[in-house]
Design a protein around this ligand. Structure first.
Ligand code: ADP
Ligand code: MG
Length: 547
């Protein structure tokens, strides 16, 4: 019986948890959690690196996602096991902080758990292991700082973007896409910082990835209000309005009693006059383009069209923010507040249909701090996967612009840290030394997996890298040449932040999982839906009830 409680006076068991609560204790809890983490890491391990395979995920509605992106796989998998969920969080954090390295983070975490299991078998206490891991993680960061290279020139940014996109369905178009991405990131950079929300990606099916383009301004997936409005406005003077251009409708229950038909006429005329007045105020500022976050009345639409204004209603808040950033316009919360100096500028505003989508382009902005990328891809699934690759690339380029630090890829950084940690382990006494050494071993999983996924012999690869690292910490496995090379020369480089975050969060998650020696699960927890799970994942559902 694994119930939390004791014996009462008459030998009656005292239960302090509801009946049916399941509980795992000590080694059982650890074994289950380590197993769950390992299975999860094992599942996405095959996608790591340029030659990693893709996964096809089918949701309950039959929608398909084909991807190589760690965090996307984990999000789509709908994982139930609590410890496995903690690793999913590792991937999500990685995605939020850097936008790349999600598979790496989870694979390292899984390997740390696996090495910990070996130590547990040797009767090393979990507390000792987690303390050792913590020291190792701190030392790993020191070593990573030492081997980092201070660089963020344009070539470096291109290399970082290309490394992130390698093997992600962008093959032919990697170079032109990298150029687009680097230009976009450099364009929106302000005081050394990049807000990724200011780069908007529009994915449009049709054509090929090479036809993707950057727009120095904003693209909005809407059409103009009325076909009689101009389709194109040159030298646009842009007004942004947060206020509806309509007479406020009366509150639901209000009634007006009209006693005479003339009153009705007067009432309508008055409304018309109010609308006319609103439009006149907008026109008086000199605006020839209007983006309104709220509605625009039919009559206002008519007046605006007559004056040749290009107007758009119900524009999304995020688009309005980008319009402010790109055109220099100030959003007016009230028509009265709209002044000529609040208008933004763009060389051209026009409507255009691409494939089957009507879009508005606000282009030729002067030094815009928001830009758009139009991504093309022959089919929906291709375009989606390209978008994920581009997202990763925007993340790594931004991180490199901000930090100005890169490290060598292809497992080089992991191997250099591993080597440094082994030296460090020798300086530590007691059993913690074993944990530090285990941490060092665990990092080798990255080059090992890169090699395995490319069909290379993983043992030979590790031996070769180890030997080559005696001379340089930049030696890693070059997947395309199938041999160990200097990654700086082979241009396989990644932002320092990707590795920093991956090692940090992998270590923290492993530590946290190891410290759990008691799992108490309430029966209210949803039963795992075994049918919806991919084969092999079945055992990962919630905890089995314990009796
Ligand atoms: P993650 O989700 O962790 O970013 P990826 O599938 O994107 O996983 O793989 C990233 C790994 O691939 C990194 O370790 C990176 O250094 C490595 N990599 C990228 N390009 C090459 C290459 N040409 N040769 C060897 N390794 C590469
Ligand atoms: Mg990646």
């Amino acid at each position: 019986m694994a119930q939390l409680g004791g014996q009462g006076q008459q030998g009656q068991p005292i239960l302090i948890l509801p009946e049916g609560t399941s509980r795992l204790l000590g080694r059982d809890a650890q074994r289950m959690n380590i197993m769950a983490g390992k299975v999860l890491a094992e599942t996405i391990r095959t996608t790591l690196g340029p030659k990693g395979m893709d996964k096809m995920l089918v949701d309950s509605l039959g929608d398909i996602v084909v991807t190589n992106d760690g965090v996307t796989i984990l999000k789509e998998m709908d994982i139930e096991h609590p410890a496995a969920k903690m690793l999913v969080e590792v991937a999500k954090t990685q995605e939020d902080e850097v936008g790349d390295g999600t598979t790496t983070a989870v694979v390292i975490a899984g390997e740390l758990l696996k090495k910990a299991e070996d130590l547990l078998e040797q009767d090393v206490h979990p507390t000792i292991i987690s303390m050792g891991y913590r020291r190792a993680a701190a030392k790993a960061q020191e070593i990573l700082n030492e081997i980092a290279i201070d660089r963020n020139d344009r070539d470096t940014l291109l290399e970082v973007a290309i490394t992130a996109m390698t093997g992600k369905g962008t093959e032919k178009a990697r170079q032109p896409l990298a150029e687009l991405i680097v230009s976009a990131v450099k364009q929106v950079e302000e005081d050394g910082e990049v807000d990724k929300d200011h780069i908007n990606i529009h994915r449009i099916q049709g054509a090929t990835v090479e036809d993707s383009q950057i727009v120095n301004g904003v693209v909005i997936d809407k059409g103009r209000l009325d076909p009689s409005m101009p389709k194109k406005v040159q030298d646009a003077k842009i007004a942004l309005l947060k206020y509806p251009v309509e007479v406020k409708s009366l509150e639901t229950d209000a009634k007006i009693k009209l006693t005479d038909p003339n009153q009705m006429q007067a009432f309508i005329e008055q409304e018309e006059a109010m609308i006319k007045d609103m439009v006149d105020k907008i026109l008086a500022t000199g605006a020839n383009v209007l983006f309104c976050q709220k509605g625009i009345d039919d009559l206002a639409q008519h007046y605006l069209a007559r004056e040749g204004v290009f107007a758009v209603k119900r524009v999304r808040k995020s688009d309005i923010e980008r319009l402010e950033k790109a055109t220099g316009a100030n959003l007016a919360t009230n028509i009265e507040d709209l002044k000529p100096e609040d208008l933004g500028e763009a060389g051209m505003v026009y409507e255009k249909k691409i494939f089957d989508e009507v879009l508005i382009f606000v282009e030729e902005c002067h030094d815009p701090k928001a830009v758009s990328i139009i991504l093309r891809g022959s089919t929906k699934h291709v375009a989606e996967e390209v978008e994920r690759a581009v997202d990763d690339a925007i993340g790594v380029v931004s991180a490199t612009v901000e930090d100005g630090k890169v490290v060598a890829g292809g497992g080089a950084a992991e191997m250099a840290i591993s080597k440094g940690l082994r030296d460090y382990a020798d300086t530590i006494s007691g059993r913690e030394q074993l944990a530090v050494a285990a941490f060092a071993d665990a990092l080798e999983i990255i080059p090992k997996t890169l090699a395995e996924n490319a069909g290379l012999d993983s043992i030979d690869t590790l031996v070769d890298i180890r030997a080559a690292q005696e001379n340089s910490p930049y030696m890693g496995i070059n997947i395309f040449e199938g041999k160990v090379t200097n990654m700086k020369v082979s241009r396989v480089i990644e932002p320092h932040r990707v590795k920093k975050q991956a090692i940090q969060s992998a270590a923290e998650a492993a530590e946290m999982i190891l410290r759990i020696d008691d799992m108490i699960a309430s029966t209210k927890a949803r039963e795992p839906d075994m049918e919806g799970m991919p084969p092999g994942m079945g055992g990962m559902g919630g905890m089995p009830p314990m009796m």
